[in-house]
Design a protein around this ligand. Structure first.
Ligand SMILES: *Cc1c(COP(=O)(O)O)cnc(C)c1O
Length: 383
């Protein structure tokens, strides 16, 4: 095999190229906001939510969500220990503290009982994550949040098109945040979207993301110090083409997972992404978790796969163990508490899940993976 198989990547067609070219030519003057408005409208309609705001990233969507919900210094915000750091970093931007809750052993998203156990008198909000395209048990998470009167933000960065009881991911919190990074199912290169049904939050977000200007302000008369988070029209044009192809994109992700699942179904000690009844997983990243008894840690497996030109990613490290957080008191408590996170994370890898994966490449990846699991000597040789 000559070429490296990438871990993720988008599916761009002539439609995307045409829209971006049109935006470059025409989305100026009175049409400057045309593609952003169309992308936001199509996105909101797809999710059946009232409002969508296009932003430079999912990180900025989470940041604005926290500010709009009034989270600030002294507050605690609960996040799952297993997620990308972008879920938690904005909590520090607003001067609040992240608290790391455990995940569920089956769906790998936030566990509702651990969420409840982490709540204190300082808890202001929870950011639940639709990990790798799966969904948490939203009924249970929302019941805990309601009982304790804490706000819910949904980090749906990895889960465009996923569903829980026939409702789309991105409709479960006061706000939800999506990512359109180049690795995500729907891409604008870089980009994000904040969605909400709450018109007051929506208006506050529009104000906060434009340096504290009231919408329609023509005097450039800023009434607060705020932020500058806007998506360019070129990105919005790309996003519009992608959302118009969303069923195709999600279908491709599900097809890729299906091919992996078939090829790996009889491998003893290997578990792939779970899909609970009444949910729809969109499998952003096909993820293999090995039983610890096999003794194959993710770093060994990744090195071995890299040696065969296969690019993989590690199952997220618990946030409570990475250097960015490890010295905090909250991280120390989480390391003692989050048994599921610490049991799964060392033995999981994301397999190549890019939109360009074909049957031959999936077959090759599965053969290498099966070989690695069957022959521990291979594992030794890659140390
Ligand atoms: C990708 C990702 C983000 C961050 O998205 P950006 O657009 O890069 O800011 C946030 N949360 C999760 C779970 C992600 O996977």
């Amino acid at each position: 095999m000559g070429k490296k198989i990438p871990v993720s990547g988008p599916w761009i067609t002539q439609k995307e190229i045409n829209y971006v070219a049109d935006a470059a030519a025409k989305a100026w003057y009175e049409n400057a906001n045309l593609y952003n408005a169309r992308f936001e409208k199509a996105f909101a309609e797809y999710l059946a939510v009232k409002h969508a705001v296009s932003l430079p990233s999912c990180t900025s969507a989470i940041h604005l969500s926290l500010v709009a919900l009034g989270v600030g210094p002294g507050d605690e915000v609960i996040v799952p220990d297993i997620t990308w750091i972008a879920t938690a970093a904005p909590i520090s931007y607003v001067g609040a503290s992240p608290v790391f809750a455990d995940i569920d052993p089956q769906h790998w998203c936030l566990a509702a009982d651990s969420l409840e156990a982490c709540i204190t008198s300082r808890t202001k909000a929870v950011i639940a994550v639709d990990l790798y395209g799966n969904v948490p048990d939203w009924d249970a998470v929302l019941a805990v949040a309601r009982k304790h009167d804490i706000a819910v933000i949904e980090d749906a960065a990895e889960a465009i098109g996923s569903e829980y009881k026939h409702r789309k991911a991105g409709t479960f919190g006061a706000t939800a945040a999506f990512s359109f990074h180049g690795s995500k199912t729907l891409t604008t290169g870089e980009g994000g979207m904040l969605v909400t049904d709450d018109t007051e939050i929506y208006e506050r977000v529009l104000f906060l993301r434009d340096h504290g200007r009231k919408p329609g302000d023509v005097m450039f008369y800023n009434t607060e110090v705020a932020f500058k988070y806007r998506m360019s029209s070129l990105q919005a044009a790309l996003g519009l083409a992608q959302i118009e192809r969303i069923e195709e994109l999600v279908g491709r992700k599900r097809q890729i997972f299906g091919e992996y699942a078939e090829a790996l179904q009889n491998v003893d000690g290997l578990t792939l992404n779970y899909e609970a009844p009444e949910t729809r997983n969109t499998y952003w990243m096909v993820t293999a978790v090995l039983e610890s008894r096999l003794g194959i840690e993710k770093s060994h497996l990744m090195r071995l796969m890299a040696g065969k030109n296969i690019d993989c990613r590690p199952f997220f490290f618990p946030l409570s163990m990475i250097p960015a957080y490890q010295d905090r008191e909250e991280a120390r408590k989480a390391r003692a508490r989050n048994l599921v996170s610490y049991a799964i994370s060392p033995y999981g890898i994301n397999l190549p899940s890019g939109m360009n994966m074909d049957a031959a490449n999936i077959g090759y990846v599965c053969d290498v993976l099966k070989e690695a699991i069957a022959a521990p000597d291979l594992k030794e040789s890659c140390r």
